[in-house]
Design a binder for this molecule. Structure first.
Ligand code: PLP
Length: 433
């Protein structure tokens, strides 16, 4: 019956009866943009194709990993070749060793790593390892940074965030929240205060080196270096959550880009070419605490899955061969600088943050350098912008607080279409300067 339905609206109605909100990840319900979700039939290069047959220029790119575009022929061939040899072994194989080798070659701070199945698993496991090696319980995270949906990270600032956070989701216990401290991104003083009030209790700081989950916000000059110094001073580990930035900012991720070395790094979807995968890694002496070498338990039936490894190897080999980073950053700058001109001439109040090939258009604000400014963005206006762009065949991430991503497959024609659409939509938003 479902096979005959080729209409997004109808599919969503059926889905709502079968899955919470009709989706398998909340943002896909389009609730933040007041629209009905589009159902995708297939994707290729820079384009998504809906089940109705409409084509969209995609700036979501599966939330970042598809740096070489959708359905890259070399990656899909690698997956196909691997699939005919078996989709899962639950046993060791050559491809997982090769993927680990490629990652450690590109990211010198990762001497050893463990492959997992998602970014959530990677951050959750890195935190467990940090707690085990330091013998401490607490973790400092930043308001607005996202590290997946494990309990320790679903924490918001309560009245005493520097001494303990409060659960941001029902089902997270106050006990879990008590071990998570909230600091302000790009504000070193707030980190120092966390350490001062929790002396010898903090196992780690976890940070998105470039914030991507409150919209793109680059680290202020000296911020990441300052985190490194605070961790060293206080005997805590520094975890760079590079689920977005790893292999997108450059082969060495944000650590290389900003010249700051973390103790542990978490990676996600990009190292599986878009297939479900993640990893956490760092110095051998830390990783050798993981079972079976050490006592820190962490395991997974599908970890090191051969299809994900085959895709990841091909993805990394292509990135190493072509090093598309400068070109991608130039493309992003070319697109967003005309977008900025369009914004200025429209009279709509908005600003754009960009780092490498990722960017966010924030509405209703002049500049965004931290959480508070990001939160003052006009999400209603973003919703109207999103709907207008979608109507014109431009698929943006469906929430204000997300990053747009450019792939090597985006073309000049894609950008022209995007800029024409943007001008038209800005004109409908009127002036609120
Ligand atoms: N860390 C960061 C920085 C992320 O952006 C995400 C997801 O987007 C995660 C962790 C969680 O990854 P996953 O959705 O694969 O569990």
């Amino acid at each position: 019956m479902i096979d005959d339905v080729n209409n997004s609206s109808e599919l969503f109605k059926i889905a709502e009866t079968l899955m919470p909100g009709g989706v398998n990840s909340p943002v896909r319900a389009f609730g933040a943009v007041g629209a009905e979700p589009v159902y995708i039939d297939y994707a290729n290069g820079s384009k998504l194709h809906s089940c109705e047959g409409k084509e969209y220029v995609d700036y979501m790119m599966s939330w970042g990993p598809l740096i070489l575009g959708h359905a890259n022929i070399s990656i899909t061939s690698a997956i196909t070749e691997a699939a005919v040899k078996g989709s899962s072994f639950g046993a060791n194989h050559k491809a997982e060793v090769r993927l680990a080798e490629l990652i450690t070659e590109c990211m010198p701070s990762i001497e050893m790593l463990r492959l997992v199945n998602s970014g959530t698993e990677a951050t959750m496991s890195a935190l467990r390892l940090s707690r085990a090696v330091t013998g401490r319980d607490k973790v400092i995270k930043f308001r607005g940074c996202y590290h997946g949906h494990s309990d320790a990270f679903l924490i918001s600032a309560g009245s005493g965030a520097l001494t303990h956070g409060t659960p941001s989701s029902p089902g997270v216990t106050p006990g879990a929240a008590a071990d998570t401290l909230l600091a302000e991104y790009n504000d070193l003083a707030s980190v120092q205060e966390c350490f001062r009030l929790n002396k010898d209790e903090v196992a780690a700081i976890i940070v998105e080196p470039v914030a991507g989950n409150m919209g793109v916000i680059p680290p202020a000059e000296g911020f990441l270096q300052g985190l490194r110094e605070e961790c060293d001073r206080n005997g805590a580990l520094l975890i760079f959550d590079e689920v977005i930035t790893g292999f997108r900012l450059g082969l060495g991720g944000a650590a290389e880009y900003y010249g700051v070395t973390p103790d542990l790094t978490t990676l996600g979807k990009i190292i599986g070419g878009g297939l479900p995968v993640g990893a956490y890694g760092g110095k051998k002496e830390l990783l050798s605490q993981i079972s079976p070498c050490g006592g820190v338990y962490q395991a997974g039936t599908l970890s090191g899955n051969p299809l994900a490894c085959a895709a990841g190897i091909k993805m990394l080999e292509l990135l190493i061969e072509h090093k598309p980073y400068r070109r991608l950053a130039n493309m992003c700058e070319a697109l967003t600088s005309v977008m900025e001109e369009n914004i200025a001439s429209s009279g709509v109040k908005a600003c754009i943050n960009r780092v490498g090939s990722a960017f966010t258009v924030f509405f209703g604000v002049d500049a965004v350098t931290g959480y508070a400014e990001a939160m003052s963005a006009d999400t209603e206006m973003f919703g109207a912008y999103f709907r207008g762009m979608l109507e014109r065949g431009i698929y943006l991430p469906p929430a204000q607080y997300e990053a747009n991503f450019i792939s090597t497959e985006h073309s000049v024609e894609d950008f022209e279409q995007t800029l024409v659409a943007q001008q038209e939509v800005l004109a409908t938003l009127g002036t609120n300067a």
